[in-house]
Design a protein around this ligand. Sequence first.
Ligand SMILES: [Zn+2]
Ligand SMILES: [Zn+2]
Length: 310
Amino acid sequence: MSDGKDESFGGFDGDEAFSYGGDEADVCEGREEKQERNGRDQSKNKNRDRLKRFAERLKLALGKAARAFRDALFPPDITCDVCGEELTAQTRYRLCAECTEQLPRVGEHVCLVCGAPITDEADYCIRCQYEESAFLKNRSPLVYDGKARELIHKFKFGGKKYIAQTLGAMMADEYLKRGMHAEIAAIVPMTHAEEKSRGYNQSELLANEIADRLKLPLLPALVKTKDTASQKKLTGKERAQNLKDAFTCTYIQVKGRKVLLIDDVFTTGATANACAEALIKAGAREVCVLTAAVTKRKIPVESNDGKTAI
Ligand SMILES: [Zn+2]
Ligand SMILES: [Zn+2]
């Protein structure tokens, strides 16, 4: 301490000046008083230091507790599933504000069958005007485009299994929002070879999340018995042909039940249709489909054989 007050301790001060020039007894008394006062001041200083140290320790401890509390509410290692930015506030889905805003969502007006957004006042998209489906309807929270495509690619091909939580939460919300009702949930299965090559079945991960949230019993009702070529470059009809008899339903529990079929993306509907056919064949009363994203419907073009391709 370098302030004047502290420097005066043990040195020449006013009290000493006052006692200077008195008799010896007075001098001794002055010294004793001074020693006593010094002792008091020193112990006061010690107490003050102890209090200061205690306050500092308390401040550190409170800071630590506050951080622990904040971290419990908003864990620091939780990042946006799309862009990887750290999330600084609690969010309904694990997405930052920017990605939430940019995520293409299916609006209010959708095709009554496939759930694709349609802009006009029609009830059905072009696909569903021309095609019969074994399932009653599909509903998806997202349009398979932009950041939604990015998110699903990370989940499906990038090994980011944890994304099932975000997508599953969105799908469960969509199910409730659209007033869907099912008695059991079923997964779009993969063959052993397909699952081995990817390491996991993305539909199963989504189905686990959704069944938990909606309290639906989840059954491995379907089995994929035929390895099918990649569907990516096939047209709707080719996809349907590719998937013909690829699935069988082995569970008697589906009989008379309303089944919710869960998958990642609804593209042409060929997979959903093949699965729904197998479930209906096994006695399911009704099959509805819930997918994370639905592709936009394309404008119909005339194909070489004069038929309308979608
Ligand atoms: Zn983000
Ligand atoms: Zn449609």
